[in-house]
Design a protein around this ligand. Sequence first.
Ligand SMILES: [Mg+2]
Length: 215
Amino acid sequence: MDFQAEDAINWFSKMTNKVVINKQYLTALDTQIGDGDHGDNIAKGFTAVSKLLHHAKKEDITTTAQVFRRSAMVLLMTVSGASGILYATAFLRMASVFEKKNRIDHSAFTEAISEAVEGIKERGNVEYGEKTLLDVWIDLVELFQSSEEFPQASLIEQSARRAMNKTKTSIAMKGKAALYEEHSLGHIDPGAASTYYFFASLAEVCEEKQNGRIC
Ligand SMILES: [Mg+2]
């Protein structure tokens, strides 16, 4: 089975639930090494995304590419700060890969998240290990690249969790967190935490499919 528009909608709906439930936690992380708005921003953005996708048919959103492209536009309109731009950039890059594919199998999906990484690197001028959401994306891309098919749901969740926790051990090099220099050590990056919820949501979508795999 391939990855389909309904899987993407389910994915974003799970993401919305997680960031709404954990809004205060995300904001608390951002209060420690930032300006304390990440929970509010990301919850507001994904709530708006879910509202749009709830009316997907009426809104003429029928393909996976459209789910990603239209959600990116909503995030750009509703989320202030760098995280909205970076999530939107990732989604737009994924959409442009999906638009070229007749079916989204493991290889197409891996290509899409690899493109998302390139987009985040360019747009955020950020590299691996700088304590940002990119760290989680890159570890996930490596997991997908090292596998011949969609990784097991539990592996996706664990890999994202490990990447998020690893941001505790690095010094922030980008954004407001960088002002904290070595004081940023020991803190999880808030963008990495919301990105963990994003991939944990994907893992749940996989869990619901046959054998815990999308395809
Ligand atoms: Mg912030």
